[in-house]
Design a protein around this ligand. Sequence first.
Ligand SMILES: Cc1cc2nc3c(=O)[nH]c(=O)nc-3n(C[C@H](O)[C@H](O)[C@H](O)COP(=O)(O)OP(=O)(O)OC[C@H]3O[C@@H](n4cnc5c(N)ncnc54)[C@H](O)[C@@H]3O)c2cc1C
Length: 467
Amino acid sequence: MTDRPYPPAFEPALRELLGPEGVRGAEQIALLDAGVASGNLGAGLFARPGTVPEVAATLQLAARHGVGVVPQGGRTGLAGAALAGPGELILSLDRLNRIESIDADSRVAVVQAGVSLEALDRAVAAYGLSAGIDLGARGSATVGGMVASNAGGIDAFRYGTMRERVLGLEAALPSGAVLDMLARVRKDNSGLALRQLFIGSEGTLGVVTRIAIQLVRALPPRHAALAITADATRAVRVMRAIENQPGLSLAAAEVMSGNHVALTAASLGIRLPVDVAAGNLATIFSVSATGPSAAPDLLSDALTAALEADLMIDCLCPKNAAEERDLWRIREDWAVDRQRPGGLWFDVSVPIGGLGSYLVAVQQRVRALDPALDVFVVGHLADGNLHVTVNSDVPLTTRYEEIAPLIYEGLKESGGSFSAEHGIGLEKRRSLEKWAGPVQIDLMRSIKAVFDPRGIMNPGKVLFVPT
Ligand SMILES: Cc1cc2nc3c(=O)[nH]c(=O)nc-3n(C[C@H](O)[C@H](O)[C@H](O)COP(=O)(O)OP(=O)(O)OC[C@H]3O[C@@H](n4cnc5c(N)ncnc54)[C@H](O)[C@@H]3O)c2cc1C
């Protein structure tokens, strides 16, 4: 695992730069939690700079010695972008974990990159504010990692992805320079928006060290219900009906295929008091009230009307907080990965009006290829963002090239995307090449070369390095 040697002078220089707190060797790395992929900890050295100048000096040192650097936050990324191999240096932001300021009047927080989303949300909740972004990995995902992967999540349809949440940022480069682009205002037309290049760059340009994030007013308490529909077209219409209900504000619309609900509920030991057939969709609609009427009553009114209009097969309005929590546990768990490992994951987005026909076509194409394949879906309905897993009793890892085109067919023509919110990492590099075409890929390579001329930043991620 750690057998590729580092240049002889590198480790002593790193230890001198960062001190005993700042460097971990193989034995200590083995004790860490690798996060979503064991390969995240495949490197033999782990740097933990404690200040921004130390981050910049670490990058400069690595560049001088030609050592590849893999920045890491919470290691929750789902595209293999934080995988680290022998001879590489993991650069963890775990010591840059301070919330530097919360300006409640401006609704802006300035945080160091290693602050977790949960820590930020807890801190700003004291001011009646929220980060305006939420995802299942909230306890571990860091703001820096979320910037680097342009995370989306549950709230994106209201407040945008990280690209819209970030007002400004600071980043360290392999040259040792620190770019101060830490604006705290929305209107900032000061030349080319270099900060935007770091959002979604997956650690390939430099290390994001500090972020100014636009906060939003925290919503009043939310209430959820589960709507069961025959297809995505109807689920979207139920969602629009809820949005049109006076006195209600839609907070989340999380869709799941019936087979995901059945398998995950069974795995978690949850008995839902409603039937969800494998071929149907179940959507959690979460709402808050904007006026004096109670949100659960208004939601129930909207769902009753949807039932009468034949948009919905059935629904479940939880009787208490525990029942509501169970719905979210089913949404945020992914039992199929445990029970049938080796499935293929896709993360697509589709213009919302086309979700119904897209899902039907995907099911048909996959079944026509091989009736033994199953399609599981969860997603953020209001963004048209679906996480599709193709699964079978046996691992499918060798069948990616055969199956991926079935998921991507027609997406570009319809205005969708093959890569919605998890990023490219290692997994989707080939697909990116096909999707973007040679002109865009050449431009991306040129931009990377400007920031990272020696190619040390997260080598091989997002873009293949030409040999
Ligand atoms: C249960 C679960 C639910 C999830 N739900 C969602 C969801 O709804 N929406 C969504 O978008 N994602 C989701 N994710 C994916 C993941 O949480 C996000 O991609 C998150 O943004 C990753 O943050 P991280 O700190 O864990 O980054 P890491 O996994 O550590 O790193 C991700 C990438 O960012 C780079 N990086 C990390 N920190 C920095 C930095 N400071 N500077 C430069 N580069 C850096 C890494 O090199 C890597 O390329 C989910 C993951 C899990 C496990």
